[in-house]
Write a protein that binds this ligand. Structure first.
Ligand code: MTE
Length: 323
């Protein structure tokens, strides 16, 4: 006789709606009622809970979700690029404890009316959290579907009153070489801290979010806790993790991978099956989880499938030149 096994529903078959409803049921059982009480609690959770549930609303528009199968949590949190925590895909989860996320503050600088250094709590307080189920496409030609929880970057920037000179947004990641192995023994050659940037119209696009969680929980450290960027129509390296500084400026910011290999990585980095990376064809991608026997190769979509939403940002631009 076979031993009885508790049936497990694979995460990939759970619909976003089901996750959301499940979360609501749990919260109800915990005694939370009323939306404002829920949201208030959400930010307390972000600030204090190590592994607590987040309170969020479902995606507010069709473009903010997808019916594609979600990539299981163990792949989303176990196959990562986070060079501060090591260069192999399994290093970031193995070394996750090296990232110290409390206390955390974010500096808002440059072309803004209200600059300053703010605690994570102050950064998050006014924002209602929303689920966004996005495709994440790495330039290494693998991809995932991730249920993020976050809020539009646009709403955060508006609070600090960008001036008319704010044409670009520069982001900077944590710098802590005493704890982070990738910064201590710098084998990657990256000039730390990791930096990224967006044009202002890209930064305020409704698809661009700051994420604080995934799969209903606060972000695992290896995914860029406590606050990371997610720009779903661009290659994953634009989605900078563990942000400590946001600077609005008149000039185009420098970006980590462009500094390291300018012929391989451009500033725009829009997902584009017609423009190959020198080392990886971009025509198709491996949708994770994949294996040698089940490569799960699918054609890559222009702008990672967000063409309808973002193509107009690049009218009259040669995307081969501005790769
Ligand atoms: N941000 C920082 N600070 N350091 C990094 O090494 N890697 C980038 C991006 N953000 C990276 C980073 C790359 S190459 C990718 S593909 C995504 O994070 C991966 O995000 P994930 O590990 O959450 O899937």
């Amino acid at each position: 006789m076979k031993p009885f096994k508790v049936p497990v529903v694979p995460a990939s078959t759970i619909t976003p709606e089901a996750i959301y409803q499940q979360r609501r049921t749990v919260l109800k059982a915990m005694g939370f009622t009323g939306l404002s009480a829920l949201l208030g609690q959400a930010f307390a959770n972000v600030a204090v809970a190590a592994d607590g549930p987040l309170l969020y609303r479902p995606a507010s528009a069709q473009a903010f979700t997808t019916s594609e199968a979600l990539t299981p949590f163990e792949h989303v949190s176990g196959y990562n690029n986070f060079y501060e925590l090591g260069m192999d895909k399994s290093d970031p989860s193995a070394n996750a404890a090296q990232l110290q996320t409390t206390p955390w503050s974010v500096a808002i600088e440059g072309e803004v009316g209200k600059p300053g250094v703010f605690t994570l709590e102050d950064i998050l307080k006014p924002h209602a959290l929303e689920e966004r189920i996005y495709r994440l496409r790495c330039v290494e030609a693998w991809s995932m579907v991730i249920p993020w929880i976050g809020f539009p970057l646009k709403d955060l920037l508006a609070r600090f009153e960008p001036t008319a000179k704010a044409k670009f947004v520069a982001f900077e990641s944590v710098f802590d070489p005493s704890h982070l192995i990738g910064q201590k023994n710098n084998t990657s050659g990256i000039h730390w801290p990791y930096v990224e940037g967006l044009r202002i119209d890209e930064a305020v696009h409704p698809l661009t979010i700051l994420a604080v969680g995934l799969y209903g929980k606060i972000l695992p450290n290896q995914n860029g806790a406590p606050l990371r960027l997610v720009v779903p129509w661009k290659y994953g390296f634009k989605s900078i993790k563990s942000i400590v500084k946001i600077r609005l400026q008149e000039t185009q910011p420098q970006t980590t991978w462009n500094l390291l290999a300018p012929r391989e990585y451009g500033f725009y980095a829009n997902v584009n099956p017609a423009v190959d990376h020198p080392r990886w064809s971009q025509q198709s991608e491996r949708r994770l989880p994949a294996s040698l026997l089940r490569p799960n190769r699918i054609p890559t979509q222009m702008f990672n499938g967000y063409q309808e939403q973002v193509a107009s940002l690049y009218n009259n631009m040669d995307l081969r030149v501005n790769f």
